[in-house]
Design a protein around this ligand. Structure first.
Ligand code: PEP
Ligand code: MN
Length: 370
């Protein structure tokens, strides 16, 4: 059961103290308090775990300081959508609003290779009105002899250039908790010119200790990729690990599943799950067409499979697109064969726009009909 308290309730107020004293006296009930500090107000939620079936929603709703009560019946206590649950399906970060109703594009380098390519990419993004990008510094690679990413060495110039080209949020995978500190140090060194969305890759979806560490910090939002070989439920529980530790600024990323059924694509595209995740949870949903498809193959009209699956995900209501671009894909150190080129950026944006309009039309249609 979740008690949503009156906005801006003070912890040293009589109301709050009376409420907590009462809740602490309940038998077989454990409490945990979550505070969400927003720009306008601070929201406090009290999670009651244990034998909550003995508690009546009406009684709990009439306790001092309580505004609303949500009874949790399903899994994903923090991130799930529960009955009569109208907690927000969005969060704000660095001036941007990320929700189940918005669409953000994170086009950029799978792996940072050099300053020139970062600059060319960010310059093109700015020229086309984009404020987000992806930049891989820490690369988890199958082969130990493959390029592992430039790591913390590249962070200062990546952040500095982001500031120069108006990039507000960079999605960046981390593979170890130490990378959070390295990112913090580089941000400080460069005067905090940009924001970071920490990305947990598909190989680390169930790295629970990493999830706990990332969940304990609330500074950076998190993009959690679905595990490529586990059930959706297991991946959603991984997201809940982040939230249960305190960070609920979580976006769930679909990136295809590893099975030969998807051949000749790199992974079996799973974007039909966009609406499923929106129904089960309050997380915005990201699609990664690059790592799903993994090639630049096209249909007889010349439309790339990557573009087709983007359209499929966006028409189904995706809220974020994480996509590989490279100024010279043949020179990319990681995943060049699936990258779109900067020349294709205007075409890509227009095509995404068409799909988004189709989604919005579909939403209007169902609202008219019901
Ligand atoms: C990536 O986005 O660069 C990446 C490695 O993705 P995934 O974890 O989905 O393979
Ligand atoms: Mn990649």
């Amino acid at each position: 059961m979740i008690l949503i308290l009156k906005p801006n309730i003070e912890q040293d107020s009589r109301e709050y103290k009376d409420l907590m004293a009462h809740l602490s006296s309940l038998e077989n009930i454990q409490l945990s308090v979550h505070k969400e500090v927003g720009t306008q107000q601070t929201l406090t939620e009290v999670y009651l775990v244990g034998n909550t079936s003995q508690l009546s929603t009406e009684d709990m709703g009439s306790l001092p300081g309580v505004e609303r009560v949500v009874r949790i019946s399903e899994a994903y206590r923090v991130l799930g959508r529960h009955k009569d649950d109208n907690r927000p399906t969005y969060f704000n970060y660095n001036g941007l609003h990320f929700g189940q109703d918005t669409l953000h594009i994170f086009a950029g380098l799978c792996a940072v290779d050099n300053r020139k390519h970062v600059e060319l990419t960010m310059k093109a993004l700015q020229a086309h009105g984009q404020a987000c990008t992806r930049m891989g510094a820490y690369k988890p690679r199958t082969n130990p002899y493959s390029f592992q990413g430039h790591g913390k060495e590249c962070l200062p110039y990546v952040f500095e250039l982001a500031g120069k080209y108006g990039i507000k949020v960079i999605a960046m995978e981390i593979t170890h908790e130490a990378h959070i500190e390295e990112i913090n140090e580089a941000l400080e060194l460069t005067g905090n010119p940009t924001g970071i969305m920490l990305q947990i890759g598909t190989r680390n979806t169930q790295n629970f200790e990493l999830l706990k560490k990332v969940g304990r910090q609330q500074k950076f939002p998190v993009l959690l990729k679905r595990g490529f070989g586990i059930t959706l439920e297991e991946s959603l529980n991984a997201a809940e690990y982040l939230a249960s530790e305190g960070n609920r600024k979580v976006i769930f990323g679909l990136r295809g599943m590893k099975t030969n059924m998807g051949d000749p694509h790199r992974n079996f595209v799973d974007f039909a799950h966009v609406p499923v995740i929106k129904r089960l949870t309050r997380m915005p949903v990201c699609i990664d067409p690059s790592h799903s498809v993994g090639t630049r193959d096209a249909d007889p009209d010349g439309i790339l499979d990557v573009m087709h699956v983007i359209a499929q995900g966006v028409v189904a209501g995706a809220n974020m697109i994480l996509v590989d671009f490279h100024p010279v894909p043949s020179k990319a150190l990681v995943d060049g064969p699936q990258a779109l080129t900067l020349d294709e950026l205007p075409y890509f944006l227009e095509d995404v726009h068409i799909a988004r309009r189709a989604y919005e039309d579909r939403v209007s249609l169902i609202r008219r009909m019901t």
